[in-house]
Design a protein around this ligand. Structure first.
Ligand code: SF4
Ligand code: SF4
Length: 95
């Protein structure tokens, strides 16, 4: 199973999405200890356009993050708040 295949309990509603679209969800939803970023709080380096202000110098944890099926679930949603909410919901997390 590729990382773009959703688990059976999730319908692959957006299986067409196979790359990062810079939706910002993974920079806001998960906790990132390297950046001392709590769960559900947007990273201080995430700009209003959902691009990283330190992209060339971002830490390894960000460099190593790879888009997967979750991107297909969250990226099409219209606002960052909606994307974060869905991201956390998928992982069963609450801020
Ligand atoms: S959640 Fe996926 S599509 Fe959105 S910024 Fe992160 S890697 Fe890219
Ligand atoms: S440093 Fe940049 S890539 Fe890493 S979480 Fe923050 S905004 Fe995202």
């Amino acid at each position: 199973m590729s990382r773009f295949d959703a688990p059976p309990e999730h319908l692959p509603r957006s299986s067409w999405l196979k790359d990062c679209t810079a939706c910002g969800a993974c920079c806001a939803a998960p906790d990132i200890s390297t950046l001392q970023k709590p769960l559900g709080v947007r990273c201080g380096n995430l700009q209003d356009n959902c691009l990283c202000a330190i992209y060339q110098d971002r830490p390894a944890v960000c460099r190593n993050y790879q888009p997967d099926w979750v991107c297909g679930e969250v990226a099409p949603l219209l606002t960052l708040d909606e994307r974060v909410k869905r991201f956390l919901q998928i992982y069963g997390l609450s801020p």
